[in-house]
Design a protein around this ligand. Sequence first.
Ligand code: CA
Length: 227
Amino acid sequence: MSKILIVEDEEKIARFVELELTHEGYEVDKAVDGREGLEMAEENEYDLILLDIMLPKLNGMEVLRRLRKTSQLPVILLTARDAVMDKVTGLDAGADDYITKPFSIEELLARIRLALRKRQANAMPLLSCGDLVMDIARHTVSYKGENIELTGREFSLLQTLLENQSIVLSRDILMERVWGYDYMGETNLVDVYIRYLRSKIDDRFKTKFIHTIRGVGYTLKLEDENA
Ligand code: CA
């Protein structure tokens, strides 16, 4: 469950947004001025902050500037209507998005989902072995920048191999990780899919990432680590 901090001094707006977000399944905290908002943001783990700009004690822009010194937490600014300067300054100061008051709750929810998705995508690491690179969030694989088209199963087999580089994985383990415990198929499915991967990667690029360890299973490693 994502946790959201609302920093908003207008009680009616804060209450309305809190109710709607709670109803959507978010966990919500509220702060009524900039100083309290900054303190709460620094002391707690939030997934996103909704930050009003016109706030008592410390304005939203200042809260954002201070926050950005230590945190890349997604921030959506709540700006007054037609405050163009606010938007530009806000984005420059490191806000992820802004929404103009009065806003519809549907629009706010859409912005929140987008910001959370972006954060998730950025948090997902790239897996790589030499020039072979897998981007899990974007579901892409490339070799020296050249795209490699994989099916879902090939992708998850390659992901398992990349996550366990230089470790020999038995057919049973690969079967379990890629096809699942309950799969009642033949373990030679693994061999079939290893062949697909080889033809799409090693054969195509004249590389040798995938190694067969006779009688044991498979491993993925850089060629020069080859024993
Ligand atoms: Ca305000």
